[in-house]
Ligand binder design. Structure first.
Ligand code: NIG
Length: 390
């Protein structure tokens, strides 16, 4: 068998690995072989390789793991955004604007948009990404959304329970989501999700959706406590969900529950800015011992960005996280929120034998992500050992 060509990346001034025990190395190098990391160590001891890339004193780190996006949609909601910036509140009902546009689009159009956003994300350092369904909300449209999501995302989440669409009785819709729709979508998905919020689904309904998803073999995640004290966080913890996302409004009991659980609190700072919600208490979550992830929540209604670097910068500048905490949350934290923190298919960290998903910044240290906010700092990206754009 012909050996795979090897690539040495050397000249790394600061290598953030996120690996247990050796999270950050100075003056480092690494070798990629067959899509995986074959060697990590000091640049002075680097072995020879078929291809040599000199990072020129730049910083390298794992690719971003974006654990919360909604990439399958048509149309945009710029007018709604503009009205919001003029003082209108954000409400769950805006989802229906995107549902109408998504239903009217072809599968090819939906795929083209989702793939464009995936490329946009990768060009900014994202190497692993989750996408939800949730803008179809009828049998055929949700099945189509799941196929599109599976074609562009690494992890697919079924979000039929995003909101009750018009023209169907609430009970009938819940029966559809937990019955035939789930059966149709589950083969394409790894997780089930529900929007547990006033104007969407209450705690009892959310429990029903999640338990049906679990019975169909899916992992659990939940949109909770975004616009108010929805009870979603405690439901997520009670059911052992991998993640509860948003977490803007937390009571002390929510913090305690998260801290005592393995459920990751996924925070979405770009969404908080775009919807003018108070930021979640990130500092208090970390100090209490909870795990957090940062994600873009890319969608046309509440957060139309693919930039994980923007989320990292906002988390540092506005939410009281250190650089190290924010970068962890956007890499290994995202992996944990997707159940991909350990094992041979783990992502979000650079370890010998693990996936070669990494980025080099056009900067000497990860601190520049927040120190130079808004400046595009991606110098190069490798996904499973393949350099993007090469
Ligand atoms: O995560 N909160 C629910 N779902 C999306 C937004 C949906 C929309 O407004 O289109 C979110 O923010």
């Amino acid at each position: 068998m012909t050996p795979e060509p090897t690539e040495l990346i050397t000249g790394i001034r600061e290598l953030t690995t996120q690996a247990d025990g050796a999270p950050r190395l100075a003056d480092a190098a690494l070798v990629i072989e067959g899509g995986r990391i074959a060697w990590i160590g000091p640049a002075s001891a680097a072995p020879a390789a078929d291809v040599r890339t000199d990072a020129g004193g730049r910083a390298a780190l794992p690719g971003w793991v974006d654990s919360h996006t909604h990439l399958v949609f048509a149309g945009d909601r710029a007018a709604e955004f503009e009205a919001r910036m003029g003082g209108q509140p954000y409400a769950a009902g805006g989802i229906l604007t995107t549902v109408a546009a998504t239903r009217a689009a072809t599968e090819a159009q939906l795929t083209a948009t989702a793939a464009r956003l995936r490329r946009e994300a990768e060009a900014q350092g994202t190497t692993f990404l989750e996408s939800k369904t949730g803008y179809g909300l009828d049998l055929a449209s949700e099945a189509r959304s799941a196929r599109v999501a599976a074609s562009v995302a690494d992890v697919v989440t079924f979000l039929g329970a995003h909101i009750v669409p018009p023209g169907i009785d609430r009970r009938d819709y819940l029966d559809l989501v937990t019955g035939p729709m789930l059966a149709l979508v589950a083969p394409h998905a790894q997780f089930v999700d529900v929007f547990c919020e006033v104007g969407a689904f209450d705690v009892a309904e959310s429990r029903e959706v999640l338990l049906a998803g679990r019975a169909a073999g899916l992992g659990l995640r939940l949109h909770g406590n975004q616009l108010g004290f929805s009870g979603g966080v405690r439901l997520a913890v009670e059911l052992g969900a991998a993640s509860v996302d948003h977490c803007n409004h937390l009571e002390p009991a929510d913090l305690d529950a998260l801290a005592a659980s393995a459920t990751v609190a996924t925070l979405l700072p770009a969404c908080d800015l775009s919807t003018r919600q108070p930021f979640p208490p990130a500092r208090r979550l970390l100090d209490a011992g909870a795990s957090i992830a940062l994600a873009t929540n890319c969608n046309p209604g509440s957060s139309y960005t693919t930039s994980m670097a923007f989320c990292v910068a906002t988390a540092v500048l506005q939410m009281g996280l250190t650089i190290e905490e924010a970068v962890w949350a956007a890499t290994r934290g995202g992996a944990r929120a997707l159940g991909r923190d350990t094992g041979t298919d783990a992502v979000g960290a650079l370890r010998v034998g693990g996936r070669a998903d990494l980025q080099v910044l056009d900067a000497p240290s990860v601190a520049h992500l927040a120190y130079r906010p808004g400046v595009p700092l991606t110098w190069a990206v490798w996904r499973q050992g393949v350099r993007a754009g090469r």
